[in-house]
Design a protein around this ligand. Structure first.
Ligand SMILES: *Cc1c(COP(=O)(O)O)cnc(C)c1O
Length: 302
């Protein structure tokens, strides 16, 4: 599928702290693809869409919660590729749909709400057989694109942009699909830093085994587990203050679920001398700005 890379930039940030610590900090602005669509999500979908085309599928089925950036990106990508999109949504149908679900519907995605108990079975073969039966000629994409194919798509981020000279690449981690693509396509000397936004993520290694499409060196991976701010989608005033500060200082808009927490970690670790002098740090802005629409008005300056 055609991702419009033209708007994407790598922005170098200026701050006295970086000068003092003798590091450089740049941001790969995948969020500039579109304010609604998460940059990493379109990459994760790339090979699925290609497969749908090759196998003459006319429908894509995927899964997500009411605020899922993955659902929004899938709806958009399917519309662009003239595929029917079905979103299977976790939980009962709300009386007022979230802005994410409204966006999905506006982009022609058909929604099917299922109970949380049913949703937990979504990876079981029996459940998938029912889906295949219900929607003919369908390609099923796992939640968040979590698979080696999704990971390989995320790996394209490393190939499309000129990012092999950075000593450290830092990014937010949800399913770890994007992380896995980045590390598998990194050069041998690069350190990849994973910043989980889920509290107590202990199965990263197991996840990596599912996501593998080529060999990588596990010693290139560092995980910072302390920047989840209480757990997935949890928020604090300190987090909002940080987001507003990044907007004022760098004109960098961040989302409260993923990128703000991860970037907070990067700044914190620079202050704590994690990065040796002469480090060239790249932060991947994975997008997700549509998530901020769920915040009360006036929370953010942008
Ligand atoms: C989904 C998402 C992530 C996490 O990506 P994974 O591949 O699931 O780890 C990070 N940032 C944003 C903005 C996202 O929407």
């Amino acid at each position: 599928m055609d991702i419009d890379y033209q708007n994407i930039t790598i922005d170098e940030l200026q701050n006295e702290l970086f000068t003092t610590k003798q590091v450089t900090v740049a941001v790969l602005r995948l969020d500039k693809i579109d304010p609604i669509l998460s940059g990493n999500k379109l990459f994760k979908l790339h090979y699925f869409l290609q497969q749908a085309k090759e196998q003459n599928k006319n429908t894509i089925v995927t899964f997500g919660g009411a605020y899922s950036n993955h659902l929004a990106a899938t709806a958009y990508a399917c519309k662009l590729n003239k595929l029917q999109a079905i979103g299977i949504i976790r939980g009962e149908k709300p009386t007022t749909p979230s802005h994410t679900l409204q966006y999905c519907v506006k982009n022609n995605m058909q929604l099917q709400f299922i109970s949380r108990a049913e949703y937990d079975k979504k990876e079981k073969s029996q459940f998938l057989a029912t889906v295949q039966n219900q929607y003919k000629n369908t390609l099923v994409i796992p939640e968040g694109g979590f698979s080696s194919l999704g990971s390989k798509g995320a790996g394209l981020i490393m190939d499309v942009f000129n990012v092999h000279n950075y000593t450290h690449i830092c990014l937010a981690v949800g399913t770890a699909t994007t992380l896995s693509g980045i590390i598998q396509n990194a050069t041998k000397s690069q350190q990849i830093i994973a910043i989980p936004v889920l509290k107590g993520m202990t199965d990263l290694e197991k996840r990596m085994n599912t996501l593998i499409y080529q060999k990588y060196n596990p010693t290139q991976l560092t995980t910072w587990s302390e920047y989840h701010f209480g757990g997935y989608a949890k928020k604090t005033t300190a987090l909002f203050n940080f987001m507003n500060e990044c907007w004022v200082k760098y004109k960098l808009p961040l989302d409260f679920v993923y990128t703000a927490k991860a970037f907070y970690g990067v700044i914190d670790k620079i202050g704590n001398d994690f990065f040796p002098p002469s480090s060239n740090i790249l932060f991947i802005h994975t997008g997700g700005l549509q998530g901020n629409l769920s915040l009360p008005a006036n929370t953010l300056l942008f």
